[in-house]
Design a protein around this ligand. Structure first.
Ligand code: SAM
Length: 278
């Protein structure tokens, strides 16, 4: 087992435009492509100007805007990734070996370059909400909207040793998140139970499930709450909202046939809630 992260220095090239999948560099130093609106970011583990030039030479209308270099810790918001307890879970980078206490659920992760290593208060709030819900009413089917690393989908699938939930659909709009979540599903050997798909929360909320988990930015949460099918789920966990956004969401839920079972407001900034259909 290695104890060093596989990521050290990151070399990031910002492009105006998005190269198609088949033109992306194919060398071991290429870590992935992050797409955001009309821009994309190519990540490498070594300086790669030539590889980027080669990729751009086949493309019309895509150009290099800027390049950046930073450490993996800087990319992770200044955090050195270490094992972390969250509710009944022990999340840890897959390259660090851990010996959990009895009853603790181990979740090894390759956080890669995407959100969901486990230290963010919204991830932790959602993990706690999952374990509270499991003591009330374990779900058979789960929909994780905005899965990032896949952390919540994997945690849900590991909560129960009886094979519940038997199906988890994990959705992300960002292809790099989809790739990362699939890798983590494999690391946790849950390929049969978790299906990771690329798509938007608004589109996939139509998927039948007992529980929907959504740790999303406020705009995406609002779009979700405009979908009537969202309110048909038996249970929902919402996170990703700031204090005032949480107040607004509570107001909006007040006019729906739902009950907020628990509202986590102990973090100074972030809010998480667990609700059920009535
Ligand atoms: N679920 C992980 C966690 O709890 O740590 C990651 C949450 S992160 C705050 C939100 C994720 O939602 C990102 O991976 C982002 O790519 C994705 N996302 C943003 N807007 C989305 C949308 N409209 N539909 C689906 N996924 C979206």
């Amino acid at each position: 087992m290695r104890s060093e992260p596989p990521y050290k220095d990151l070399y990031i090239y910002q492009l105006d435009g998005v190269p198609s999948e088949n033109l992306l560099p194919k060398n071991p130093f290429f870590l992935g492509c992050w797409k955001e609106d009309d821009f994309s970011f190519l990540f490498f583990s070594i300086p790669s100007v030539e590889a980027v030039d080669r990729c751009l030479s086949g493309l019309d209308g895509v150009s290099l805007v800027e390049s950046y270099q930073m450490s993996y810790e800087e990319w992770q918001g200044g955090q050195v990734l270490v094992p972390m307890e969250a509710g009944p879970f022990l999340l840890h980078p897959y390259w660090i070996d851990v010996k959990p206490k009895r009853g603790v659920i181990r979740v090894p992760l390759d956080p890669g370059l995407v959100f969901g290593a486990g230290f963010h208060p919204t991830t932790r709030g959602s993990l706690e909400a999952l374990s509270v819900l499991w003591n009330l009413d374990p779900s058979e089917t789960v929909l994780d909207l905005g899965t990032g690393t896949g952390v919540l989908a994997i945690a849900a699938a590991k909560l129960d040793t009886s094979g519940r939930p038997n199906s988890v659909v994990a959705v992300d709009i960002n292809p790099l998140c989809v790739e990362t979540a699939r890798r983590n599903v494999e690391i946790n050997q849950l390929q049969g139970r978790i299906h990771v798909v690329e798509g938007s929360a608004e589109e996939y909320v139509a998927e039948p499930a007992d529980l929907v988990v959504a740790n999303l930015h406020y705009g995406a949460l609002q779009a979700l709450m405009d979908c009537p099918l969202f309110y048909e789920k038996k249970w929902a966990i919402l996170s990703g909202m700031l204090r005032s956004q949480g107040d607004d969401i509570l107001r909006r839920l007040g006019s729906q046939a739902v009950e907020v079972v628990r509202y986590w407001d102990d973090d100074p900034v972030w809010r998480t809630l667990l609700m059920r259909r009535i």
